[in-house]
Design a protein around this ligand. Structure first.
Ligand code: GLY
Length: 599
């Protein structure tokens, strides 16, 4: 989203640094990489929201690094240029296709609640605290999973040391990047709460004011943190001085004594940080139009919910339908699968999640028969029981979908060997908890607000209540699609619970409606999440199709912008295509190592 002030030294010198000793090269002021939403060619591809981050990934690929190396380096750069969406203070989910074995693997790097957490973490005197108060608090901070994700991925599949892969991001943090309108507006959105935390204000409100568009934004503290993690490994965030600083910031939030805001502390301990582990687990898998769609299993609800919706849609020829009927089916499949998500999906380490049954075609068929071509369902819709599928049955009691913030970021990488990474990472809200770890240059997440503060409806089981060491349910849906064991497509998006509908809409837009990937990403979005109204972006709100859908009983409300997807595609001629947003969040950045031909 921002153009770099100067090309960072390590980015330009990366090829040499990666293959030799990492020795310094002379400073450079090479031009900023251009920001384009689609590119095609050979040697590998990177798509992210940010041109500088994509360029870091491309430099890694060009120097002989693989997709996992590039994904880690790109993610670290996003921690600099997208500090309100991602960083070492947060967590995420990484899905990896390994070309040699033709298998898909995943890493669950979700944040975890403290060991002391109970179901009433966000309640006082039996009453949920206001959501906004939970957002800006130590209470909402989970143990970060992002640093451990990088190490887990590199240990398993990487080919370059972490130290070298963090170097470009370290230099980007030290040398700075040029502030653009999106960075300024995201800072403005947070201005009131950032002001209440002196360390956050010092970093993100330089001189007490919003960063000026066109100015250079530097984060030397983050550069030092990356340097330390590079030297010592990411374990340095989980034990030792950085861990102690994190725990102190959570337990005694560094609030301006003059602030009127009530900032609750959290109960994170150094033991919680030391105990953190990523999880390697089987991906979700469904067959759709003869392809295999892989994504993230719980603790994310992304894979099961996108997968169930695809299974529901499998029996309908979406390509032959009118625009209104196509959108109607998409909305209804989303509504049904969200009803099941709410009832059944949480952290499988803490609750019994029927993942396999939610993904069965038999169950989806039993739910698909609820859809009528000429009348919309009403929400909240009751869930079914995937363990005992009954045709057209809604067995449980309906509950509304709980609120989730809409931030996060996604990157997608492919390399020359055919390995692919689809990686979504977050600090939850735009600006996370607003708590910057003093002297460390990164914001702490407020991921625990993804838990239900109270059961979604009285008397209805809620699998997403807080618990000790539990992972809050996510919607992140990093997805990889295979055709006969080879990757054809990978996509993902930020956007809280709208991630699921964005990934679903992008997949069916491309696979069923025949849209080129960049157009499927750019298409105006709708998001139905078992709520009385479906959110519409302006492109659909202002379209005649809205009236056609309203005639079917669909209800709508506006959402100015939903998601910010990126993806890669293997073209039939063997080239990689990278695709990103044309305009959302200021447009994304698609790059390939050796551009060739028309995208
Ligand atoms: N915090 C966004 C998600 O986990 O879905």
């Amino acid at each position: 989203m921002r153009r770099p002030a100067v090309r960072p030294l390590a980015l330009v010198a990366l090829a040499g640094a990666l293959v030799s000793t990492g020795a310094a090269a002379p400073p450079t002021t090479a031009a900023a990489p251009p920001k384009v939403p689609v590119a095609a060619g050979y040697g590998g591809a990177v798509a992210s929201v940010d041109a500088d981050a994509s360029a870091v990934g491309i430099a890694v690929l060009r120097s002989g690094g693989n997709a996992v190396d590039a994904a880690v380096a790109t993610a670290a750069a996003l921690g600099v240029t997208e500090p309100y969406s991602a960083g070492v203070g947060g967590g995420g989910y990484l899905v990896y296709y390994d070309a040699k074995s033709r298998r898909v693997h995943t890493i669950d790097g979700r944040e975890t609640a403290p060991a002391s957490a109970t179901a009433t973490l966000f309640q006082e005197n039996g009453v949920p605290i206001p959501f906004e108060e939970g957002q800006t608090s130590g209470r909402s901070v989970g143990v970060p999973g992002t640093p451990a994700t990088w190490t887990s991925a590199l240990d398993a599949w990487g080919s370059r040391p972490l130290r070298q892969l963090l170097k470009p991001a370290e230099e980007l943090a030290r040398d700075g990047f040029t502030v653009d309108a999106t960075f300024r507006s995201q800072t403005e959105l947070n201005q009131a709460r950032f002001k209440d935390f002196p360390d956050t204000a010092k970093l993100f409100l330089p001189g007490g004011a919003l960063p000026v568009v066109g100015s250079t934004f530097k984060n030397p503290d983050l550069a030092a943190t990356y340097a330390e993690l590079g030297r010592k490994g990411t374990g340095a965030l989980y034990r030792g001085p950085i861990a102690e600083d994190i725990v102190r910031a959570v337990r005694t939030p560094p609030v301006d004594p003059a602030a009127s805001r009530k900032v609750r502390s959290g109960d994170l301990t150094t033991r919680d940080l030391r105990a953190y582990e990523t999880k390697r687990q089987a991906p979700t898998q469904v067959s759709y139009r003869g392809l295999d769609v892989y994504s993230m299993a719980p603790s994310s609800s992304g894979g099961t919910t996108v997968g169930e919706a695809l299974n529901i849609l499998e029996g309908t020829d979406l390509g032959s339908l009118s625009e209104a009927q196509y959108l109607h089916r998409f909305i209804e499949a989303s509504r049904i699968s969200f009803a099941d998500r709410g009832r059944w999906v949480g952290d499988p380490a803490a609750v019994d999640v029927p993942t396999r049954q939610l993904l069965s075609q038999r169950y989806a068929d039993s739910r698909a028969c609820l859809i009528s071509p000429d009348r919309a369902l009403t929400s909240p819709l009751a869930p079914g029981d995937p363990r005992r599928p009954q045709p057209c049955a809604t067995t449980g009691r309906a509950a509304p979908t709980t609120y989730e913030g809409e931030n996060t970021t996604h990157l997608t990488v492919a390399d020359r060997w055919g390995n692919v990474v689809s990686y979504t990472l977050t600090i939850e809200s735009t600006g996370g908890s607003a708590i910057t770890v003093p002297g460390r240059g990164f914001l702490l997440n407020n991921e625990l607000t993804d838990f239900s503060f109270a059961p979604a409806a009285p008397g209805v089981p809620d699998p997403n209540l807080p618990g000790p060491g539990k992972r809050p349910r996510s919607s992140m849906s990093p997805t990889i699609v295979l055709d006969d064991g080879r990757p054809v497509l990978a996509v993902g998006s930020p956007g809280g619970a709208t991630i699921i509908t964005t990934v679903l809409q992008t997949l069916i837009g491309h696979l069923d409606r025949g849209l080129p990937l960049v157009d499927a990403i750019a298409a105006p979005r709708a998001s139905q999440r078992n709520q009385t109204t479906t959110e519409l972006e302006p492109g659909l709100w202002n379209s005649p199709v809205r009236a056609e859908l309203e005639a079917l009983g669909q209800g709508f409300r506006q959402n100015p912008e939903i998601g910010a997807a990126t993806g890669v595609q293997r073209l039939p001629d063997g080239r990689w295509l990278a695709a990103a947003e044309t305009s959302r969040r200021g447009g994304g950045s698609a790059m390939v190592v050796r551009p060739y031909g028309r995208p």
